[in-house]
Design a binder for this molecule. Structure first.
Ligand SMILES: [Zn+2]
Length: 346
């Protein structure tokens, strides 16, 4: 994992790019072993720490606290997380497969061997390993104790199929399916991933605004860089700041919707739109505007100049247009088509 991280020259990869690498590469390197053995806690902790550090810092050495706690990152996207797999839980769920095979007396040589050496006719669900049993076998028995309430005579928790690793993982994570109200805004398909990510951070109040940095003792002032008047908080920077208002106003004017709806996601998700497509474009525009406000704030902090709101609105338009052209498939309704022509997409 460390070799991969160092090979990615990772400082140049955005957070959303690093997230993809964590989910599709780093979290899967140990998968093969994870399905055969209960891996030692120290190893799992190290794997988790590497994923967490790479995600937040882009390298393998820990130097600052991550923006968001790991347990939130491991929640599903519908529940407000980023859907990163919790390696420890996945390991337990994967070993649950072995437990299930023993419970269902599967026709494998290994199961027959377990039966004749360890179980010797004792019912599996009530079996307790002896102190002389091997470490690996005792760990499998621990997983059995964790999962045994879910095994109900030939079925897994009332389902109509046998145990799957996905079932076990879901049960262990104990995540109720409670969709966060901003799910459709943040994970809208027309959003550019980097913009989705910054909006996800805003929803968790985890962007490093000056009020937070001041509380941490990192900066000694809290005045907003963009207006120079108010304290820079999440609500101020992305909603109330005069600069943000001007940006939202220009983007809203381009889309033909009220600026107040674009400034406040709660109003935007309730806004009456002639079609789902137009609502999704409005959401993508809001998310993109928030990203460019933050981007501009950082330019202002480092280089001391502020971009004109008109320029930001222009960047939002270009980005939305490129995204729609890049991912939209299938024909549009006649109404949406003429709207696209009106706003300059076609
Ligand atoms: Zn301001």
């Amino acid at each position: 994992m460390i070799k991969r991280i160092r090979g990615w020259n990772s400082r140049k990869i955005s957070y959303s790019g690093r997230l993809i690498l964590v989910k599709s590469v780093l979290s899967t390197i140990h998968n093969h072993w994870s399905q055969i053995f209960v891996l030692p806690v120290g190893v799992m902790d190290r794997i988790q720490a590497l994923c967490r550090t790479f995600l937040s810092e882009g390298e393998d050495k820990y130097s600052k606290a991550p923006l968001v706690a790991w347990n939130i990152l491991c929640k599903g996207k519908r529940n407000g997380g980023l859907g990163i797999i919790d390696s420890k839980m996945l390991n337990v769920a994967a070993i649950g497969k072995l437990v299930w095979w023993i419970a269902s007396k599967s026709d494998y040589l290994w199961i027959k061997w377990i039966d004749s050496i360890y179980l010797k006719g004792t019912p599996w669900m009530t079996y307790t390993p002896t102190d002389y049993s091997s470490w690996a076998w005792r760990k499998i028995c621990e997983v059995k104790e964790t999962l045994k309430n879910g095994y109900i005579i030939g079925k897994w928790r009332g389902s109509d199929h046998s145990y799957t690793i996905a079932d076990g993982y879901k049960w262990l994570m104990q995540e109720p399916d409670q969709k966060v109200p901003w799910y459709n805004l943040v994970w809208n398909r027309y959003n550019v991933p980097k913009c989705s990510f910054i909006t996800w951070l805003i929803q968790h109040q985890r962007v490093l605004t000056l009020d937070r940095l001041h509380k941490m003792g990192i900066v000694d002032h809290t005045e907003c860089y963009l207006c120079g008047v108010e304290m820079e908080t999440h609500a101020h920077l992305f909603q109330d700041c005069i600069f943000a208002r001007q940006c939202f106003h220009k983007v809203a004017h381009w889309l033909g919707i009220p600026a107040t709806a674009l400034q406040d996601w709660k109003k935007l998700i309730c806004l009456k739109c002639p079609s789902m497509f137009r609502r999704q474009i409005a959401m993508a525009a809001m998310v993109s505007t928030s990203y460019y406000i933050w981007h501009n704030r950082n330019i202002c902090r480092l280089e001391g100049y502020v971009m004109h709101p008109g320029k930001i609105a222009q960047m939002v338009q270009i980005e939305c247009k490129q995204r729609v052209i890049g991912i939209h498939q299938g024909p549009l309704k006649a109404d949406d088509m003429s709207w696209c022509t009106k706003i300059g997409f076609l």
